[in-house]
Design a protein around this ligand. Sequence first.
Ligand SMILES: [Zn+2]
Length: 219
Amino acid sequence: MSEQISKDNQIKDGPTLSEILRNNQRWASETKERDPAFFERSATQQHPKYLWIGCSDSRVPVSQITGTAPGEVFVHRNVANIVQAEDPSCQSVLEFAVLGLQVEHIVICGHYKCGGVHAAIQGTATGKVASWIKGIAQLYASKRKSLEKLPDEARLKALCELNVGMQLASLASSPSVQQVWSQGRALDLHGLIYDLETGLLKDLGMSLRGPQDLAADLL
Ligand SMILES: [Zn+2]
């Protein structure tokens, strides 16, 4: 009970809703001042080159860390940047991005200190989250022998990176990606990781440009 009370009394970071609405008005008028046709264009079309699949974590804001503008990145985020064949939300985003918008690149972006990955190591998740991250817990179990030799922080980092690889393999085997590749259309898949402590993205060197790149060790 006391834990519950202290949780409820936590002071949250961030603006009030009225401040958010005021910020929005300021952003809209500054954007229009800089580029008078911006919203007219934005309202009628989008031609993003990228689909970004990342974690829901509030500390990994796609546009800010990539310097991209509205219209440039189509986004899907969930706990621990997971791509599951049976998840209609992620799979429909993916289908629309590659078949409708015809994006040319898909990024899976994990991040160090990911709470979802950490919970998979600790076995502490409950409810919906526990079943959502089951695949990462299984990945951890399968690599446990080598990962357990690492100190805690390095182990979590390693599993965050391995998780990106596993999700990339899942992405590559999805019907939408397979369809595009079978048509010979260019579609590159990339695995990145974001470091909360430095603000830097790292390319994990796992890029796949077609079924021929789908190495067995990603699976
Ligand atoms: Zn995360």
